[in-house]
Write a protein that binds this ligand. Structure first.
Ligand SMILES: [Zn+2]
Length: 241
């Protein structure tokens, strides 16, 4: 397994050539926690993780977060325990919204998740590359595309805003609007409907534009789910089909 993963990394390094230096370091030796209270993801824990267990871990973490029983503490200990390598079990593509801190809402911490954040959780070539790195090279078992209620990027797309580079970004949300019928950015239910559609289309786009990810999904090595985070309750509702 170790050889395969190293091979994958070398293949990617060869493919991307000099740009490889800009990517995060590939895993080195297994990062073993040294203190009993510093449980972090290791090569072994990542290998033992299945897509279903990864999803359960996020569901359980969100349940703890909502119940006010989050367990993520001793952060500096986790910093030290993860310094030698990373073995996260999931990658989350979510919105940049300041009210959706991904590690916090899933009660996860250093070394647990890859977090890709961009306004409106839109798909682009850079986050496709990041998803490929997370899955094929590092070995995460679950991809989550996470939207949220009352998303400002969704509202901006509905209002067809024009502003610098933002124009191009919100244009990526237009297909979700087209698929959601008519409505306004003042209509909360409509905004969230577009947000849900935007998640669904992002998942479709990831499959279509990344043969690397598609192969992993088709083989069952990796699973992809959508989710919506409710700004008012802190709950994540997953759509698992
Ligand atoms: Zn948003």
């Amino acid at each position: 397994m170790r050889v395969l993963r190293l091979g994958a990394w070398i293949s990617v390094a060869l493919l991307v050539g000099s740009t490889a230096v800009a990517l995060p370091d590939p895993p080195k030796t297994a990062a073993r926690p040294t203190a009993s209270n510093s449980v972090v993801q290791t090569k072994e824990s990542q290998s033992a993780m299945t897509p279903a267990r990864a999803l359960d871990a996020l569901k359980e973490g969100n349940k703890r977060f909502r119940a006010g029983t989050s367990v993520q503490k001793n952060l500096l200990t986790k910093v030290k325990a993860t310094a030698a390598g990373q073995y996260p079990f999931a990658v989350v593509l979510s919105c940049m919204d300041s009210r959706v801190p991904v590690e916090t809402i899933f009660d996860q911490s250093f070394g647990d998740l890859f977090s890709i954040r961009v306004a409106g959780n839109v798909v682009n070539v850079d986050n496709l590359g990041s998803l490929e790195y997370a899955t094929k090279v590092i070995g995460v078992k679950l991809i989550v595309v996470l939207g949220h209620t009352s998303c400002g990027a969704i509202k901006g797309a509905i209002d067809n805003v024009k502003l610098g580079n933002l124009t191009e970004l919100v244009a990526k949300i237009q297909p979700a609007i087209a698929a959601s019928g008519s409505g306004t950015s003042k209509d909360h239910a409509y905004v969230d409907k577009v947000g849900e559609e935007n998640v669904r289309l992002a998942m479709k786009e990831i499959r279509e534009k990344s043969p690397v990810v598609k192969e992993l999904l088709d083989s069952g090595a990796v699973r992809m789910v959508g989710g919506m985070y409710d700004l008012e309750t802190g709950a994540v509702t997953f759509s698992e089909n």
